[in-house]
Design a protein around this ligand. Structure first.
Ligand code: NCD
Length: 298
């Protein structure tokens, strides 16, 4: 049985194979009903729009069906049931489970109790492998993954998309520029690990110091819900705001990505500029998640 829990479980060949599969699905245009008769549980114990709906859409396009739990309040977790028990039961109803959970490590735990494949759709500040795969897919649509300078902007302390993506990038020849307020720097253990894996990591606080030397700028939201208190959130909220003015001297081929939702980091006036690829990125969640669902179920 094959779970997708962390991008750390992927070798470069595994990533490239999944991206190629997603590319083939996308270029087909019409979809084969490869998952007809298959049921997938979408267990989302944290808010989600894109991830949940794109998994549901990807599944439906392949002929499968989703059954969904949308909140802790709507499930027996609110009666005190353990995640382990929920997973044991739900896995007897379906062919795969897609899980989003506020606690880091929840998906790994779920995979130990599940009788069907588990896909991690975000575990607290931990990992978000399906997002990472669609991020890489979107970069590859625009440029080669090797030899680029990529900026990671915003909340690299709590942001799971940045944690997942930066690890995946260490398989490629990418220089990572972190751009964060001091208190939201990437965890030390992660930047050390990236450097040990041969990735150059350069730290910045000001976006203007580096923006004109980037090929990719990956902006993230300050993760309000993961702060211990609102005063510490308020100190860093609104640190960055990308406007058309910010982008006036950037490289012509720069692409601007964001996992969304945005919370003020990117002015909507940027959406019309050729750099803005974040809505395309969200749309790429469909072929990438189709490839992932086929990969674990078939
Ligand atoms: C991200 C997430 O949930 O980590 N959203 C998403 O899945 N596209 C990013 C975020 O919430 O900031």
């Amino acid at each position: 049985m094959h779970h997708i829990i962390s991008i750390r479980d992927f070798e470069r060949e595994d990533i490239d194979a999944l991206l190629t599969k997603a590319q083939q699905i996308q270029s087909l245009g019409s979809y084969k009903q490869t998952l007809r008769g298959k049921l997938v549980a979408l267990l989302f114990f944290e808010p989600s729009t894109r991830t949940r709906m794109s998994f549901a859409s990807a599944l439906a396009r392949l002929g499968g069906e989703a059954i969904t739990v949308d909140s802790v309040e709507g499930s027996s977790i609110s009666k005190g049931e353990t995640l382990a028990d929920t997973i044991k039961v739900v896995s007897s109803y379906v062919d795969a489970i897609v899980l989003r959970h506020p606690k880091e490590g929840a998906a790994r735990l779920a995979s130990e109790f599940s009788s069907v494949p588990v896909i991690n759709a975000g575990d607290g500040a931990g990992q978000h492998p399906s997002q990472t795969l669609l991020d890489l897919f979107t970069i590859k649509e625009n440029m080669k993954l090797d030899g680029i300078d990529l900026g990671l902007l915003g909340d690299l302390r709590y942001g799971r998309t940045a944690h997942s993506l930066s690890y995946a990038l260490s398989h490629y020849d990418v220089t990572i520029h972190t751009i964060t307020p001091k208190s939201l720097e990437m965890p030390q253990w992660l930047s050390t690990e990236l450097k040990e894996r041969g990735t150059e990591v350069v730290e910045h606080e000001k976006l203007e110091d580096i923006i004109n030397d980037l090929d990719v700028l990956y902006a993230t939201r300050i993760q309000r819900e993961r702060f211990p208190d609102m005063a510490s959130y308020a100190r860093v909220a609104n640190t960055y705001k990308i406007t058309p003015e910010t982008l006036k001297d950037v490289r012509k081929n720069l692409i601007l990505l964001h996992p969304l939702p945005r919370a003020g980091e990117i002015d909507p006036a940027v959406d019309a500029l050729p750099y803005a690829k974040y809505f395309r990125q969200a749309a790429n969640g469909i072929p990438v998640r189709m490839a992932m669902l086929e990969d674990v179920i078939l």
